[in-house]
Design a protein around this ligand. Structure first.
Ligand code: GLN
Length: 481
């Protein structure tokens, strides 16, 4: 039998509801203790959590009472890990930055409010790349997180702490945020499921902003069913986030029993995609056709521009979002001789190298004279990408890629070469630019230096077609069942 910390949300929910004398019955406290103990044990080595919370006995007792009284919400009593850029009232939310090292949240993010209402429990706040910029969790001000499958390698990023916490069974499931792939990419590198919802499906209120037109909060889980459940609890229109959308804003898509999967072969054969990743991807597609699904060859001629557009739009947005962290209004405050010194010292000490690099880039992009040359062109690319995808979805239900061009890399391999790090995002950024939902699900492993490293297959679906997306993820999950 699985250890309690290894259970999925659905499995734990079933066992929490067994009559107390029956074999397999567990209590909320048992489940909490199992997750919390393993989290503390493993964290010394993995650094998945920046903080592991003490047991909230009131919340545990209340979740237990609700279950005993017949509460059916699947999240009730479930211990979750929360990325350090989501506000939990009374807890630090540092976005893994020195800038916010001492910031204590004064309110709950909407997703946290919803989870608390459902009776969920929080094990701790997870490590990440500073302000969610990065693909390896090496840009955290508090040390990198290690990949539990091979600790000489990165877990991916920026939600590397959340992904490791789930993959190493240091919680039952987790929340991350995804601006250009930060849920899906670490999910791929650690062998779990990571999902970015349609832009506007989940409220961003209480999420420390990176790129406001790209950010979405989403689930990292051990099963597709869990991802669907967790999303159903956190999604919904919110008066605190004007970009949240009604459930029927986009045309409803039927979920076909046999899917038509669009494959842009011309992108997958390009330079930079690992040969082994390509092989596992082709094998997975073949197995899907054997299971009755069909493949259609598609072309996305504008896709190669997505990464460039992303690395224009994102720095522009983050440079304005982070401008409030100046040591005067918010954030780390260092005092110098003059007001200018105050700004310079506070920001230089508070922000890490990658954050400073991107603030500079964003400020440059938005300055008079360059805004037309860069920012507006980036936005145009964004509209044409959306159009290109909408046309492709006339022919297929989902579009498939490998999530990342190669498996998890070694620590330090890309830290001195930002462009190499940015290339990690070549397949994931388009879903953020178009606002479409996307998921990464494990498709197998590739061998590197004698270790089997997990890799994911990535699906994108039309706006609000999350159910189609989960059907595709479920089809892949079934292959290994
Ligand atoms: N790796 C991407 C970046 O560095 C994505 C980040 C994210 O999704 N938060 O910007």
């Amino acid at each position: 039998m699985k250890a309690l910390n290894e259970l999925t949300i659905v499995e734990a929910g079933k066992r929490l509801r067994l009559p107390s004398q029956q074999e397999g019955a567990i209590t909320v406290r048992n489940l909490w203790d199992a997750c919390s103990t393993v989290a503390k044990e493993k964290n010394e080595k993995l650094n998945a959590y920046l903080e592991i919370f003490e047991a909230d006995t009131v919340a545990i007792a209340s979740a237990q009472k609700r279950i005993t009284d017949g509460e059916m919400n699947p999240l009730c009593g479930i211990p979750l890990a929360i990325k350090d850029n989501l506000l939990i009232e009374g807890k630090i939310a540092s976005a893994a930055s020195k800038m916010l090292e001492k910031y204590v949240a004064t309110y709950d993010a909407t997703v946290i409010k919803k989870l608390k209402k459902a009776g969920a429990l929080f094990i701790g706040r997870t490590n990440m790349d500073e302000f969610a910029m990065g693909s390896s969790t090496e840009h955290s001000a508090f040390g990198a997180t290690k990949n539990p499958i091979d600790t000489t390698r990165v877990p991916g990023g920026s939600s590397g702490g959340s992904a490791t916490a789930v993959a190493a069974d240091m919680c039952i499931a987790a929340l991350g945020s995804d601006t250009g792939g930060s849920i899906r990419q670490p999910a791929s590198h650690t062998g779990i499921i990571g999902m970015k919802p349609t832009y506007g499906a989940v409220s961003r209120s209480g999420l420390i902003a990176l790129g406001s037109s790209l950010d979405q909060v989403g689930p990292l889980t051990k099963s597709v069913e869990d991802a669907e459940l967790l999303l159903s609890v956190i999604a919904g229109v919110d008066s605190l986030d004007a970009t949240t959308i009604a459930p029927n804003l986009f045309p409803k898509r039927e979920v076909p029993t046999k899917l038509c999967i669009g494959v842009p072969h011309h992108l997958i054969t390009q330079d930079g995609v690992d040969g082994e990743v390509r092989r596992v991807f082709s094998e997975t597609l073949k197995k899907l056709t054997e299971a009755g699904h069909t493949l259609v060859d598609i072309t996305l001629p504008l896709s190669p521009y997505a990464l460039a557009a992303y690395y224009i739009i994102l720095p522009a947005e983050l440079s304005t979002n982070l401008s409030r962290l100046d040591g005067i209004r918010y954030g780390n405050a260092v005092r110098g001789e003059t007001l200018l010194d105050d700004y310079l010292l506070s920001r230089t000490e508070g922000f890490g190298t990658e954050t400073r690099r991107r603030i500079l880039l964003g400020t440059y992009i938005l300055s008079a004279g360059y805004i037309d040359a860069y920012y507006r062109k980036g936005n145009t690319a964004r509209s044409v990408l959306r159009k290109e995808y909408n046309e492709v979805f006339e022919k297929c239900d989902v579009v498939a890629f490998p999530t990342v061009p190669a498996p998890a890399f070694k620590f330090g391999e890309k830290t001195d070469n930002p462009l190499a790090m940015y290339l990690e995002d070549m397949f994931t950024v388009t879903a953020n630019l178009t606002g479409m939902p996307a998921v990464s699900i494990p498709m197998g492993t590739v061998e590197k230096e004698g270790k089997q490293l997990p890799i994911g297959i990535h699906f994108t679906a039309p706006h609000q077609a999350e159910s189609v997306l989960f059907a595709a993820a479920g089809a892949v999950e079934k292959l290994s069942a």
